[in-house]
Unconditional design. Structure first.
Length: 462
């Protein structure tokens, strides 16, 4: 027995019942959820074929109900196997976040991000180093701690894919479209350099934070009564992981005020957000006697990215030796300058030099900026297979978003796409920086392909 799709509650189909006429079969099984994945004309089917579809529909409904667990399990299993099969070799260079996390676990200080000890730091936002520091504290800073760090990152990555059915619903698409999108992303880890890789394990946390904020904002926009304090707390917590999310927060609030005429609760919302940020800002004031709202390293990245011999891609700057010559995470002389001058004074000098170099050759800066914008969206890496796949999904996803009715979820998506990348247009591009936006395109891309298949079948039937 099977409850029919699109029929009144209680309507059931049975193998033992007489098969309905073709017209009735079309009326009984038609509906958005069915048509999205079965884009053909039910009139073409005879009774026997109609009965054959019943097990398929039963499997479809089961998958819709259990999609979160299925996608989470498939994605986690594939990526955890990869982590266990490829441990990081001893002596591998550690990122600034990993160095800070080790300092937290071993000495209890948020410090020493570079190749030499340089003291207290605000090079990164506190969220991920604190989380990683807790992992190191429990599992140690050796092979076990490094593996657990990657495994937890893999689980965060898998949760974002498991949430794609809800993203689909927020965009006005059938949940089944999101479930298929999530399963495809889970089973095909085409972004392995981030998902379970030895570097960039912080990016899945940003993607998960962004998708949760998206779903929460969509839910908030759909109801009149919500708690501005809770919203402020969630946004404040997310910005502790990445200040980039602060640009999205400002854009969302500005849109609500300007387009939705929704300013009620603005004061408690902002107050809650600032209350979450306050301990970090206060800590930086005590340590550096300067106002550092989030991170201190923008000047460093700006200068490295816009030197006369700089390239738009980080991969090229690494291969041509710029990072090793000028970044304190790789160059001992630069790290000593940070230790001697202090991190804030060092970055102020870097900012002054960056501005002077940009003024001296604005055409070079403009060319790099335009190339960075292009590469951020279409070619953020020279890894051809990864880049080609990601670019195809991005283009299909953008087309799908354009074709969708401009409901609240779609408008919020465009806000994110406009504001999240802004900083990355001025600093060197790396594929990991685009990762937190990847989930946005997967479901619309599946929708675009489904529409193309449906229209092709219709043309054939004609």
């Amino acid at each position: 027995m099977l409850e029919s799709a699109g029929a009144p509650a209680g309507t059931r189909l049975s193998h033992s019942c007489p098969s309905p006429p073709p017209d009735e079969a079309h009326e009984t099984l038609s509906g958005p959820a069915t048509e999205e994945i079965l884009p053909w004309d039910w009139h073409e089917f005879h009774d026997a074929r109609y009965v054959i579809l019943i097990p398929y529909l039963r499997l479809k409904y089961w998958f819709e109900r259990h999609s979160f667990g299925v996608i989470l399990a498939v994605s986690s299993l594939i990526r955890i196997v990869k982590v266990l099969a490829g441990p990081r070799p001893p002596g591998t260079h550690l990122s600034e976040m990993e160095n800070i996390a080790k300092s937290l676990a071993l000495h209890g200080s948020f410090a020493n991000p570079y190749i030499l000890p340089t003291g207290p730091t605000a090079h990164t936002a506190p969220g991920y180093p604190v989380l990683l520091g807790l992992i190191y504290l429990v599992f140690g800073t050796g092979i076990t701690g490094e593996a657990m760090n990657r495994i937890v990152s893999v689980i965060a990555c898998s949760i974002q894919y498991a949430l794609l059915p809800r993203v689909a619903a927020a965009l006005g698409l059938p949940r089944f479209t999101g479930a298929i999108a999530g399963l495809l992303a889970a089973a095909a880890p085409y972004k392995g350099y981030v998902e379970g890789g030895r570097d960039s394990v912080d990016q899945p946390y940003l993607a998960l934070a962004l998708i949760l904020l998206f779903l929460y904002a969509c839910a908030t926009w759909s109801r009149k009564n919500d708690s501005p304090l809770v919203r402020g707390l969630w946004w404040g917590l997310a910005v502790l992981f990445s200040p980039i999310l602060g640009f999205v927060f400002v854009a969302v609030i500005a849109y609500e005020i300007a387009a939705m005429r929704r300013s009620k609760g603005l004061a408690p919302l902002v107050a809650a957000f600032l209350a979450v940020q306050a301990p970090w800002v206060l800590r930086n004031w005590v340590q550096f006697h300067a106002f550092v709202p989030s991170r201190s390293n923008f000047a460093l990245e700006l200068r490295i990215s816009n030197r006369p011999d700089s390239f738009a891609l980080m991969e090229d700057n690494v291969s041509h030796g710029l990072m090793r010559r000028f970044h304190p995470g790789l160059n001992e002389d630069e790290a000593r300058r940070v230790a001697e001058r202090g991190e804030i004074a060092y970055n102020r000098a870097e900012m002054a030099d960056a501005v002077e170099e940009i003024r001296h050759d604005p055409a070079h800066f403009l060319r790099l900026t335009l190339e960075r914008i292009l590469r951020f969206w279409l070619a953020p890496s020279r890894r051809f297979k990864t880049t080609a796949t990601a670019t195809a999904i991005t283009l299909l996803g953008l087309l799908g978003l354009w074709l969708l009715p401009q409901g609240p979820g779609v408008r919020l998506t465009w806000l994110i796409l406009l504001t999240y990348p802004l900083v990355y247009y001025f600093v060197q591009v790396d594929a990991r920086y685009t990762y937190p936006l990847g989930w946005i395109f997967i479901t619309p891309a599946v929708h675009t392909v489904t529409l193309a298949i449906r229209r092709r079948r219709v043309r054939k039937l004609r």
